[in-house]
Design a protein around this ligand. Structure first.
Ligand code: ATP
Ligand code: FE
Length: 371
């Protein structure tokens, strides 16, 4: 089985070709980082345009690098949600066009499920059930993965995700945003003292597995204002003293942001083990999981609770086509796919796109425990 995966849910246009034995035959990502830096965020209309411009080239490159044509494919997998509907459309349209023309089955993929399941491509020993922490720009999820397609949501964010807090902090500290904010903060934090600014850990009094990063963002913004840091002065031209005070804020922010993850993960593992005592792994994925400090701290949490930490390599933590293709393979093997679309789509055809699409059911007991 060979599957082409297409991903356009947010700001990266990505495609990959993956074989069912886990061999990655090719992967291509075209990022909109330049656009993001220029406008300081994702504007749906602009993102859609960038996807439209990149999609044909990205898919063609993925096929070329795999030394394949569409005829060699078994199926096409594409992200259908969650994400920006304008952006999702671009990928879905492309996938259906290929599937229609070459009569290939098509597999609609949940973006966050793909972030989680890519761990099974990396680690063949990873069996269900396992616990998952998904940390990215738009999501902060704790999941119990019981089986393929069977997920229980132990916790989510009540406002922002951790990646959003990294990105805003980076912006306010005047860091170079041509790459995303996360890696820039991770690097600067190494120079700073994580104890120097006292931020309080969010939601300490709520004994559940939910997250909140909006309050921490505000704390960081206030600290930056009180230290008179001017984001318009890029860090590369800041004085030594100014640079140090920015590094201290980066380090203190990162420490608090991750302490919040640690506390929630620990509780989620305990909840999950009550339901599924055979769990042996904590999977951490999504863009923020490429952070080495995050990995080291969560490794301790996993070990302390008798689990092994599994993080995909950074390239597979941030948005990519491999995870979509792999999740497609997982579903295809279980017979979950749609028949090939007609070669010529009717003009009024309504795509199955799910901009808001929860992953699994909410954990009810956890809810009552929390309130
Ligand atoms: P979604 O939330 O829909 O999964 P996304 O657009 O956030 O998608 P990802 O590529 O999964 O896409 O995650 C990007 C996020 O990860 C950004 O917020 C970025 O700052 C963050 N990130 C990437 N690398 C690091 C890092 N080394 N440290 C901290 N954060 C990072
Ligand atoms: Fe993502």
């Amino acid at each position: 089985v060979v599957v082409l995966g297409i991903e356009t849910s947010c700001d990266d246009t990505a495609a990959a070709v993956v074989r069912s034995d886990g061999e990655i035959l090719s992967q291509v990502v075209s990022s909109q980082a330049d656009l993001l830096a220029k406008y300081g965020g994702v504007a749906p209309k602009m993102a859609e345009e960038a996807h439209s411009q990149a999609i044909d080239r990205v898919v063609q490159e993925a096929l070329d690098k795999a030394y394949m044509t569409e005829k060699d494919l078994t199926a096409v997998a594409v992200t259908i949600g969650p994400g920006l509907s304008l952006c999702l459309r671009v990928g879905v349209q492309k996938a259906r066009r290929i599937a229609g023309r070459f009569s290939l089955p098509i597999i609609g993929i949940h973006h966050m499920e793909a972030h989680a399941l890519v761990a099974r491509l990396i680690e063949k020993d990873l069996q269900f059930p396992f616990t998952v922490l998904l940390i990215s720009g738009g999501h902060n999820l704790l999941i119990l993965a019981r089986d393929l397609g069977q997920y229980i949501q132990l916790g989510t964010t009540i406002d922002d995700a951790i990646g959003e807090a990294y990105d805003k902090t980076a912006k306010w500290l005047g860091l170079d945003l041509r790459r995303s904010g996360g890696p820039a903060i991770e690097k600067l934090a190494m120079e700073g003292n994580a104890e120097s600014v006292k931020f309080s850990i969010p939601m300490k009094q709520h004994k559940d597995c939910n997250f909140s990063y909006a309050g921490l963002k505000t704390q960081v913004r206030l600290a930056i204002e009180s230290k008179k840091i001017d984001a318009k002065i890029p860090i590369s031209s800041a004085s030594e003293e100014d640079r140090m005070s920015r590094a201290d804020i980066a380090a203190s922010f990162q420490r608090t942001a991750v302490l919040h993850l640690e506390e929630r993960c620990e509780r989620a593992i305990q909840w999950a083990l009550k339901m599924e005592p055979s769990i042996r792994h904590l999977v951490v994925s999504g863009g923020v999981a490429s952070n080495q400090y995050v990995r080291a701290r969560l490794d301790m949490v996993a070990k302390k609770n008798g689990l092994q930490l599994l993080c995909p390599p950074p390239r597979l933590c941030t948005d990519n086509g491999v995870m979509i293709a792999w999740t497609g393979i997982e579903h295809f093997r279980m017979g979950r796919y749609d028949p090939p679309p007609p070669a010529e789509e009717r003009e009024d055809f309504v795509y199955d796109i799910r901009p808001r699409w929860p992953l699994g059911e909410e954990y009810a007991e956890g809810k009552s425990e929390a309130r």
